[in-house]
Design a protein. Sequence first.
Length: 151
Amino acid sequence: MKIIVLSENTCRRDTETDSAPGSPLPAFSGAETEHGLSLWIATQHHAVIFDTGASDMMIRNAARAGIDLSRADTVILSHGHYDHGGGLGYLLRHNSHARILIQKNALESFYSLHEKPVYIGLPQDLRLPPRAELLTEDLRLDDELYLRSCA
């Protein structure tokens, strides 16, 4: 299994060498950063995008890393916050076939209540395609992939 960070809060400087295994830094230099997370996970049988970050930045970073997002066969959104699923609409323009797995409750409205209520859910104009599956329980895709639902 190989995991490449496409979107995260931190980034390697161009002067740094490849990070040690387990480091959260992207595996390529020049990556943009944002508040959010997106991972490319390549297994023996799958190409998975786990979360899509907050914007289209994961698409640009994937291109920098030489990753063709149209090869992904599965997209998993961990939960319904913009910083983990805000890039889904952009990704849908680059991949028209991947199975999209998302917890049903991720489509609810989420707010940060720190000072005043601020909407932090998925983009309100996001339209999920018919291939999207709304999960309410655990799902075993095959011998490699098992999703644990918190719904």
